[in-house]
Design a protein around this ligand. Structure first.
Ligand SMILES: [Mg+2]
Length: 136
């Protein structure tokens, strides 16, 4: 994973921001910082949400205001047009979504998992040691 360029699909409500749908909740701690770092590393971010129309535009603008412009929105490719030769299943290597089995990892953990280093500030990460720490 580390060193490769991957495509990451990211949910919005409950993942980047607290779920206040159809309103926009507060950013979840460390989400935008992590997304920025992933883009800096060359990874592609796709916004993958059930939002559409004006609610979708608000979410896209909110992310832009927070420094994140997505490679594509609810699509595998920029400006992709729907046609029956394309699979409707999005083409991403990784999904970050609060509907995961087991829920959403903290963004501090996501950062460590995907960037392969500790976030700059430890204050957002959990103090609890995962079982991986025994391997180090
Ligand atoms: Mg969600």
């Amino acid at each position: 994973m580390i060193g490769e360029t991957i495509t990451i699909a990211v949910d919005f409500d409950g993942t980047i921001v607290e779920d206040k749908y159809p309103r926009i909740g507060k950013p979840i701690i460390f989400a935008f910082e992590t997304l920025k770092k992933l883009q800096d590393k060359g990874h592609r971010l796709i916004l993958w949400t059930y939002r559409k129309g004006p609610e979708l535009e608000e979410a896209v603008q909110f992310c832009k205001d927070n420094g994140i412009v997505f490679y594509a929105v609810n699509n595998s490719f920029p400006e992709e047009e729907f046609n029956l030769s394309h699979s409707r299943k999005i083409n991403a290597d990784i999904f970050i979504d609060d509907r995961n089995v087991g829920g959403l990892m903290s963004w501090g953990e996501i950062y460590q998992e995907l960037v392969g280093e500790k976030p700059i500030s430890n204050k957002y990460t959990t103090k609890k040691k995962g079982w991986f720490s025994f391997l180090k």
